[in-house]
Design a protein around this ligand. Structure first.
Ligand SMILES: NC(=O)c1ccc[n+]([C@@H]2O[C@H](COP(=O)([O-])OP(=O)(O)OC[C@H]3O[C@@H](n4cnc5c(N)ncnc54)[C@H](O)[C@@H]3O)[C@@H](O)[C@H]2O)c1
Ligand SMILES: [Zn+2]
Length: 378
């Protein structure tokens, strides 16, 4: 036998900017991100969710004006359906790649993706596979996009109703979180994004969790400052975890940021994606917090505080979907999704978590039944 081996490491570094009204007032953020100088005038393909164009009809002309003021070649905005429907649709990836071909986008060019978390995931996947990787600038337009989906290293589309079945690990070149977009977001989507903040606070940061409970009425009114502070802190915790937990590309099985997600993914699929990801995560947190309590890892009072926060913010338990949850099947699907051993994050307290490799299915079933009956009694 004859063997050789190679070893190398690649380091990634990308900024996440928080701005308001970047196209009008803060164009400097783009020249920073693109590292423009007299000789460097890259091509940028803007790919924007059609919903965003409807809500911000002036956006296309603002982008063209920005390209012009930075003396960049203008490539027409390409718009596509977003949301989970866009992530489910076949053919969208090819359409983005065709745009890359039509406009001579190469690996030194950029795709500027503007849209919700689902749209950013979908465009990110196309960018990652075109030319084996075109640089991606993400501009998430939802709360969940800005505080979680848009700042990570993953992108994906759904395949045959399987959530995130096709995807890559591919860090963005930069992320620009422009709070301007959040203003037009429906209440339902503002609320959904808060679920990821509750999730990350519960597993990592008791102080942040207390802040969420203290600010619950402001957040319930979607007050601008409270929302922006929640988004920024949540994004920072996610980014810190990805950069410092030693497993950014999820080679192992532990997935702490997926607390509450084994059931959330199943619930999204069971609802035929009528439940928003964040709404499903809120239910997933209720289930795993209750399981943590039934296993005596958190006490009754802690469970009550978590439930009160979730219900005060107006999250609902979609009992029809929850009744359909097949716990055995969903846990097994999650194990396959992780690859290898089942590894579920559970709470140890507020702001603390641990991983378990086995779930007591009877206790888990009791959690679901108890959540459904207490919701029906409300
Ligand atoms: N890659 C990751 O690490 C990661 C992490 C978390 C979640 N996700 C994914 O993110 C997706 C959920 O993202 P989401 O919660 O942003 O949902 P979404 O992208 O489906 O957007 C929700 C709705 O808001 C609309 N919308 C978007 N921006 C708007 C705006 N500014 N004004 C008005 N309407 C707007 C969309 O058209 C859609 O109807 C899921 O597919 C989930 O799997 C990915
Ligand atoms: Zn999530």
């Amino acid at each position: 036998m004859h063997s050789i081996s190679g070893s190398f490491s690649v380091s990634y570094n990308f900024p996440v900017h928080f701005v308001e009204d970047s196209f009008n007032k803060h164009q400097d953020v783009f020249s920073d991100v693109l590292q423009l100088d007299q000789h460097h005038k890259p091509l940028i393909l803007p790919v924007i969710e059609s919903e965003i164009i409807q809500h911000f009809p002036q956006l296309t002309s603002q982008i063209n004006a920005m390209f012009e003021s930075l003396a960049l070649p203008i490539i027409p905005v390409f718009s596509l359906q977003g949301g989970e429907a866009g992530k489910n649709a076949s053919g969208t990836i090819e359409q983005i790649i065709d745009q890359c071909i039509a406009h001579n986008i190469d690996r030194h060019s950029y795709i500027l993706a503007i849209g919700g978390g689902a749209f950013i995931d979908m465009v990110g996947y196309a960018a990652a596979i075109a030319h084996r990787g075109v640089r991606l600038i993400r501009m998430p337009t939802t709360v969940l996009g800005q505080n979680d989906a848009g700042i990570g290293v993953k992108n994906a589309i759904n395949y045959r109703q399987r959530k995130n079945f096709l995807g890559t690990f591919c860090p963005p070149h930069a992320v620009i979180n422009d709070y301007q977009f959040i203003k037009q977001l429906p209440k339902r989507d503002k609320r959904a994004g808060i679920a990821e903040a509750i999730k990350v606070a519960l597993i990592k940061d008791a102080t942040f969790f207390n802040q969420l409970t203290t600010n619950v009425s402001l957040l319930n009114d979607f007050e601008q400052q409270a929302m922006q502070s929640m988004i920024a802190q949540c994004a920072e915790l996610h980014l810190y975890h990805i950069c410092n937990n030693g497993d950014p590309f999820e080679r192992g099985s532990a997935r702490p940021l997926d607390f509450g997600h084994w059931s959330a993914h199943a619930l999204e699929e069971l609802s035929n994606f009528s439940l928003r990801h964040g709404e499903a995560v809120a239910i997933g947190i209720l289930i795993d917090a209750r399981y943590s309590h039934y296993q005596q890892w958190i006490d009754r009072e802690q469970l009550k505080i978590i439930e009160e926060l979730i219900f005060t913010l107006g999250f609902q338990v979609c009992t029809t979907t929850l009744n359909k949850l097949d716990i055995d099947q969903s846990l097994d699907n999650f194990r396959i999704h992780l690859g290898g051993e089942l590894c579920i994050t559970m709470l140890n307290g507020i702001g603390q978590s641990h991983e378990v490799n086995q779930i007591d299915h009877q206790i888990m079933k009791r959690c679901v039944t108890d959540i459904v009956s207490s919701w029906n009694e409300k």
